[in-house]
Design a protein around this ligand. Structure first.
Ligand code: AP5
Length: 217
């Protein structure tokens, strides 16, 4: 299955991506995670990306597209993949279509996770991530037993620099201006499937997997 997850910041793309990718046995490719790992390793790509990420803006297409082209050239993507956070502009979508067409394949489905802005602000301002294993917690919806400590590995929890309320609201504007046109782009091509992404995480996973079942199991 070749699948794209789309939705506003905090819709639960990262949370759902791990369950969906494991259910359909495809690699999960998150551009946000690749950028963050470059930031923490201090690479040139990370230094460039950080300027945009901290402000809640998109990293320029030429940087992002080159990085995704490289990742999609790895053998593990030949039978399918789940893209989380890419494409995020119509230009990125057009390049992705061209990249796949060059191998005589195409996307099977684009799954949109639907939540409203106030839920996004609640989710992102309470998000905490483990520095060691990367697990994502939430102070209210999925709290760790001990504040600031990951239950899974004992690692330290931190708040992402782009999760302040001001930056979250700016990211929502960027989503509305630059990413939401993808809904029409993929809708016109008959690829879009939307699910309600509110309620317990397990319920959202069940809805997502049910919506995707006809594309491969
Ligand atoms: P990225 O990391 O992709 O950020 P995002 O799209 O803003 O998405 P988030 O990671 O904030 O949220 P999510 O939808 O994954 O939600 P999560 O599952 O964590 O990108 C970061 C930056 O990188 C961008 O701003 C940009 O600068 C750059 N970038 C990345 N890709 C790019 C591209 N293609 N082009 C250009 N630039 C790019 O959940 C959020 C919280 O909610 C968690 O605490 C979680 O526990 C909780 N939660 C999840 N589901 C539920 C639920 N059902 N109920 C209650 N709480 C829930």
């Amino acid at each position: 299955m070749r699948l794209v997850l789309v939705g506003p910041p905090g819709a639960g793309k990262g949370t759902q991506a791990q369950f969906i990718a494991s259910h359909f046995a495809v690699p999960k490719i998150s551009t946000g995670d690749i950028f963050r790992s470059n930031v923490s390793d201090g690479t040139d790509l990370g230094l460039e990306a950080r300027k945009y990420m901290d402000a809640g803006d998109l990293v320029p297409d030429e940087v992002t597209i080159g990085m995704v082209k490289d990742r999609l050239s790895h053998d593990d993507t030949s039978e399918g993949f789940l893209l989380d956070g890419f494409p995020r502009t119509v230009q990125q979508a057009v390049v992705l279509d061209d990249m796949l067409a060059a191998h005589d394949v195409g996307l099977d489905v684009v799954l949109e996770l639907v939540v409203d802005d106030e839920e996004v602000v609640r989710r992102l301002s309470g998000r905490r991530t483990c520095r060691r294993c990367g697990h994502v917690w939430h102070l209210d919806f999925d709290p760790p037993a001990t504040e600031g400590v990951c239950d899974r590995c004992g690692g330290e929890l931190f708040q992402r620099d782009d999760d302040s309320e001001l930056t979250i609201r700016h990211r929502l504007e960027v989503y509305a201006d630059q990413t939401s046109p993808l809904i029409g782009y993929y809708g016109d091509r008959g690829l879009l499937s939307g699910v309600d992404a509110t309620g317990p995480v397990e319920d959202v996973t069940e809805r997502a997997i049910n919506a995707l079942r006809r594309f491969g199991d």
